[in-house]
Design a protein around this ligand. Structure first.
Ligand SMILES: [Zn+2]
Length: 608
């Protein structure tokens, strides 16, 4: 490992044919060079590390090459090629717009463009990260781009095409570079291994390519890192240890355990993963990815989407054959829900454990759904049988879904809402691709509802949900109280009270009317307090309570209130216990001024 050069530089392609994964670009460029149809400006767009700058350099070299191959490749041996390869060419300029993005930088570039090349045909300007140019710099550059001298060629490169001004875009021949596929990256890595005399397990290279996520440059730097650690023999274990990647073996085990309803096993395995220091959210996502791979194996036409080594691919095919579509779709569905809720969860370990519990329970639910909700449940078989695609309709896919958690809005929750029981909608859907027997489009049947918690050995889930229900119910009860009684508006009530007195009088409730007609109601928030001076009146009024509430509501829009009828001792001056006749008369006259008027009008004489 002396004289170590990073692979990305050491193995930077020098010809179009050696560029990895951008055939659509290199082929077009070669054809253009062969035919001599060269535009004045190119724009190379695409993610980082996929070969934009490399292609720009090869194009620049080819344009000035004195001895092009018949295929349109630069020869690599002529004076122009050699001087470029030795970084001595005066005709090819590279500008990194990320650090040279001012107007002055572009102005000096514009100055340079004015001078024709001393030797060679073209002056070529490669501007990397062109989206980083300031607006002023862009505008200064636009003029040159609009009317370039015949010898000037611009190759612009960017990772962010959407940031390029339309005026620039319209003047360039645009090439979109692709992310590098895992298989392409592996082929390239293998090639480097061969040249370096390194042996590497394909599974290990797969992990490197996967980690690079489409950027070949990253794949190469990860490769360098692993190679510097493990020397001339790169194993799968080296790679996962070095890159802190969870062994896919764990995912295979988890799914096997789920298929066997082995919840304790799954929980123990998850514990082992945590002990190793792996992140639980990454594990959840990795498991989803694993299920996706199993799903892909189900159809011969999608197996090619599985970018795996042959050995691993066989493992996937084997496990996939043990599962059915219902299980895979249900599990993916479930994990997706748990992924979405992960960040909100306070106890993330429990959250993932809950996901595993439900995952292990899916085969039960599916079995239950298939055998029908009979009173006695069959002894569950360790794993689901893969249904053979037979007659139409027999190949049913059942999807188990997470119960939808309603958004909690306790204040406006309908009072009569049925507490949500954890249910799963199980829709008997035939293979959607397959037409039904009579060729009619398939019409979805009403989903059968199956309780996902039935048959749970470890019912933590159910307990949790029951607790949630209880809390919800409590919140609703509170809401109910608040809805039924509201603070009474005294002014409105007093107005209504007078009308109510007339109303009971007309209803011939004379005794009650007499008992309450001089009463002044009192208020305390949602309570209306009616003080009466006898228990008989109180009883009569209490009997009329509902009628009164209805009356007040209908005629005056008064919200339901709490009626409190209290019996008070009449004060001494108002109702002395023993009154003389003249006292009674006096009191009577005070209360009924009309009496005195009558006495006066008819000149009556009162004889008591
Ligand atoms: Zn050449």
């Amino acid at each position: 490992m002396s004289n170590f050069t990073v692979s990305a530089r050491k193995y930077r392609p020098g010809t179009f044919d050696t560029v990895v994964g951008q055939n659509h670009v290199t082929q077009t460029l070669k054809n253009a060079i062969k035919k001599g149809h060269i535009g004045h400006s190119f724009l190379f767009c695409g993610p980082r590390g996929v070969g934009k700058t490399t292609c720009a350099r090869i194009l620049a070299k080819a344009l000035n090459c004195e001895n092009l191959t018949a295929d349109g490749e630069p020869c690599g041996t002529c004076h122009a090629c050699v001087s470029f390869q030795n970084h001595q060419s005066f005709n090819i300029y590279e500008l990194d717009a990320a650090s040279n993005n001012s107007v002055d930088d572009i102005r000096s570039l514009n100055e340079q463009v004015r001078f024709a090349p001393q030797n060679g045909r073209y002056k070529i300007y490669i501007i990397d990260e062109v989206h980083m140019l300031s607006t002023a710099a862009f505008n200064a550059f636009l003029k040159t781009l609009e009317e370039p001298p015949s010898y000037a060629i611009f190759i612009l490169a960017t990772t962010e095409k959407h940031k390029i001004l339309p005026t620039i875009l319209s003047r360039c021949q645009v090439f979109d570079f692709h992310r590098i596929g895992i298989k392409e990256a592996i082929v390239h890595l293998k090639d480097i291994c061969r040249q370096e005399g390194i042996t590497a397990e394909e599974e290990g290279l797969y992990i490197i390519a996967q980690k690079a996520d489409g950027a070949l440059r990253d794949a190469l730097s990860i490769f360098d890192k692993v190679a510097s650690f493990s020397g001339e023999n790169i194993t799968y274990q080296d790679v996962i240890d070095n890159l802190n990647v969870l062994d896919y073996e764990y995912y295979f085990k988890i799914i096997d355990l789920a298929l066997e309803n082995d919840l304790p096993g799954a929980l123990l395995l998850f514990d082992e993963i945590l002990v190793k220091g792996f992140d639980s959210h990454n594990f959840l996502n990795g498991l989803s990815e694993h299920l996706r791979n199993l799903l892909i194996c189900k159809d011969p036409s999608t197996i090619k989407l599985l970018e795996l080594s042959e050995g691993t691919q066989n493992l996937y095919l084997a496990q996939s054959s043990k599962t059915n579509m219902s299980f895979l779709l249900s599990a993916l569905n479930l994990l997706n829900q748990f992924d979405i809720q992960f960040k909100a969860s306070k106890n993330q370990r429990l959250h993932v454990e809950l996901a595993l519990m439900k995952l292990c329970h899916i085969p039960d639910v599916l079995q239950f759904a298939e055998s029908g909700p009979g009173p006695e449940k069959k002894k569950l078989e360790p794993e689901l049988q893969l249904r053979k695609p037979g007659r139409h309709g027999e190949n049913a896919i059942i999807i188990v879904e997470e119960p939808k958690v309603p958004v909690s809005k306790p204040a406006v929750a309908p009072i009569n809402a049925v507490p949500t029981t954890p249910q799963v909608a199980v829709a008997p859907t035939p293979n959607p691709a397959a037409p039904t027997e009579n060729g009619q489009p398939y019409i979805a049947k009403k989903p059968i509802e199956v309780d996902i918690t039935s048959g749970f050995t470890l019912d933590i889930n159910k307990i949790k949900e029951n607790l949630q229900q209880a809390q919800k119910a409590a919140a609703e009860n509170q809401a109910q109280v608040a809805i039924e009684f509201e603070t009474v508006d005294p002014a409105l009530f007093e107005k209504a009270w007078q009308v109510y007195l007339d109303y009971i009088f007309k209803k011939k409730l004379v005794a009650l009317h007499t008992g309450v007609k001089h009463v002044t109601p009192d208020f305390n928030h949602e309570r209306v307090i009616i003080p009466v001076n006898s228990p008989i009146v109180r009883n009569m009024l209490v009997e009329q309570k509902q009628d009164m509430v209805d009356f007040m509501g209908e005629k005056f829009g008064i919200k339901p209130f709490i009626l409190e009828v209290t019996v008070v001792q009449a004060s001494e001056d108002e109702a002395p216990k023993y009154m003389t006749d003249s006292d009674k008369l006096k009191k009577f006259r005070e209360k009924n001024p009309a009496f005195d008027n009558m006495v006066k009008k008819f000149d009556l004489r009162l004889d008591w």
